[in-house]
Write a protein that binds this ligand. Structure first.
Ligand SMILES: C[S@@+](CC[C@H](N)C(=O)[O-])C[C@H]1O[C@@H](n2cnc3c(N)ncnc32)[C@H](O)[C@@H]1O
Length: 252
């Protein structure tokens, strides 16, 4: 379902929240660092560069993504993050822009938190823009009579910041949770369609082929052009994201 090339089309915009997340993780000399849902691995390598003495592992369930992962100082593992477990608890557990793809991920947080060593850090970031026209129009189109019988899509979703805060505090972590809306100015024609082609459109296109896929795309393209008219400087795509950085008690 994933295309590393498509995903990296907006590499700068997609990396920004990762950097904002990691700026709030003050771990000094971690031994084990894990990136759950590492995608094409470019950001995992940044973790390895930041902590040169750490063992850094990227985990992803997409064979295409793992295949695209760069060589270097990180290990990459093809696995579903729900089943994967480290040999021993890790000092930094990161998940950037991934948990929204895991249904019921809130229920998974205790399991993931169990992978974190005492005094270690658990940090994740999820998009929170699913009420934006880009997603609403996509879901509405997929649910329309023309398409509904052909599509069985599991849509990405996330929770309000306070829900994550309560979950992490309830697990005994000290937690810092916040949200940011980036006003992304995207270049090119059909910039929002391009953006969505790298993420939420992928499960739809995975179920359609040939002329059907083309037809679906044309309908969605027209709707996006109305919702996000291109301006003289590009197309503005507001993008809300939720961040959580939590530390486990040192004597947990
Ligand atoms: C939007 S990409 C984010 C990639 C990377 N973290 C980044 O920020 O560039 C989401 C990634 O999560 C992976 N993913 C989704 N569900 C997963 C699961 N259950 N287990 C492991 N990886 C998963 C996808 O394969 C994809 O590579």
């Amino acid at each position: 379902m994933w295309s590393p090339e498509k995903y990296l089309t907006f590499a700068t915009e997609r990396a920004r929240p990762f950097h904002d997340l990691m700026a709030r993780v003050p771990a000094v000399d971690p031994a084990d660092v894990v990136d759950l849902g590492c995608g094409p691995g470019t950001l995992t390598l940044e973790l390895a560069a930041r902590w040169p003495d750490a063992r850094v592992v990227g985990v992803d369930s997409s064979a295409e993504m793992i295949k695209a992962a760069p060589g270097g100082r990180a290990e990459f593992v093809l696995a579903d993050l729900r089943d994967w477990a480290p040999a021993q608890p890790v000092d930094v557990l990161i998940s950037n822009a991934t948990l929204q793809w895991v249904p019921d991920h809130l229920d998974l947080l205790p399991h993931l938190a169990g992978h974190v060593a005492p005094g270690g850090w658990f940090a994740f970031q999820v998009p929170a823009n699913f009420a934006e026209p880009s997603h609403v129009l996509l879901r509405e189109q997929a649910a329309s009579p023309r398409w509904t019988s052909r599509l069985q899509v599991s849509w990405p979703s996330s929770h309000e910041p306070v829900i994550y805060l309560q979950a992490l505090l309830g697990l005994g972590f000290a937690a810092d949770v916040w949200e940011t809306t980036y006003l992304q100015v995207l270049p090119g024609d059909d910039a929002v369609l391009e953006w969505m082609s790298g993420t939420a459109l992928r499960p739809v296109l995975a179920e359609l082929s040939g002329p059907d896929a083309d037809e679906f795309l044309e309908e969605y393209r027209a709707a996006l052009r109305t919702a996000y008219p291109a301006g003289p400087h590009g197309t503005v795509l507001p993008y809300r994201r939720v961040f959580a950085v939590a530390q486990k008690e040192a004597h947990a």
